[in-house]
Design a protein around this ligand. Structure first.
Ligand SMILES: [Zn+2]
Length: 175
C-alpha cells in the first residue's frame, strides 16, 4: 500500500499514530507535520518531510515535528479527521475518523513495520495519546486518539492503541 519510494533507508524505532484534527483531506499544513497521512476514504498521501530526516541517532533539518520531544526515530502517521469534534461531551463533528481510514492506517503501519523492522509493542506502535503513558515523555495534553467514532465502545487511548496494534500485527504476519 505504501510505495517503496516513500520509505527510504533510515533507522526507525517506532510509529506514532495521530489524527490531524482537520478535515478528511490532507492539507499542505498537515503534510508538513507527518510522513504519511490517510484521508477519510482511506487514501494514503505522502507528507513533505522524508522519513530519513527523522532517522536515529539525530533528526536532520526538515524533519517531521509531530510529537513533542519524540521525533527522532519516530514516523508520524496521521489520519485526516476530527475537525469540529469535542472531547467531553463527545461530539464527532463533521469529519469523524472513519473505519476505512482506520483500516488503511493499520495497513500502512504494517508496511512501515516490515520496511523498518519494527516489532509491534506498546512502545513501538502507539498513538500520540499513549506517548506519555507508554514512553514517559510528557505531552501537552492535546486530545488525540482516545475514542473511535465508528465504534465508541473503544473510548480510551489504551483501548484504541491495543486495537490498532492487534490489527497491525495481524496484517504484518501476512506480509
Ligand atoms: Zn498527535
Amino acid at each position: 500500500m505504501i510505495p517503496s519510494d516513500w520509505m527510504p533507508d533510515a533507522a526507525i524505532a517506532r510509529i506514532i499514530l495521530h489524527w490531524t484534527a482537520g478535515s478528511h483531506k490532507a492539507t499542505d499544513f498537515d503534510r508538513k507535520h507527518y510522513h504519511v497521512l490517510i484521508e477519510g476514504d482511506g487514501k494514503p498521501v505522502k507528507g513533505f518531510p522524508s522519513i530519513a530526516a527523522n532517522s536515529l541517532p539525530r533528526a536532520k533539518s526538515g524533519y517531521a515535528a509531530h510529537t513533542l520531544n519524540c521525533n527522532t526515530g519516530s514516523i508520524g502517521l496521521s489520519m485526516c479527521a476530527m475537525a469540529g469534534s469535542n472531547e467531553r461531551p463527545f461530539k464527532p463533528g463533521s469529519y469523524p475518523l472513519t473505519k476505512s481510514q482506520w483500516d488503511a492506517a493499520s495497513t500502512a503501519a504494517a508496511d512501515l513495520c516490515k520496511r523498518y523492522k519494527i516489532s509491534v509493542s506498546p512502545k513501538t506502535v502507539l498513538s500520540h495519546a499513549e506517548v506519555q503513558a507508554n514512553l514517559g515523555i510528557r505531552q501537552r495534553g492535546k486530545w488525540d486518539i482516545a475514542i473511535l467514532p465508528f465504534d465508541t465502545a473503544f473510548d480510551t487511548a489504551r483501548e484504541c492503541g491495543d486495537r490498532f496494534r492487534a490489527e497491525v500485527a495481524a496484517k504484518l504476519a501476512r506480509l
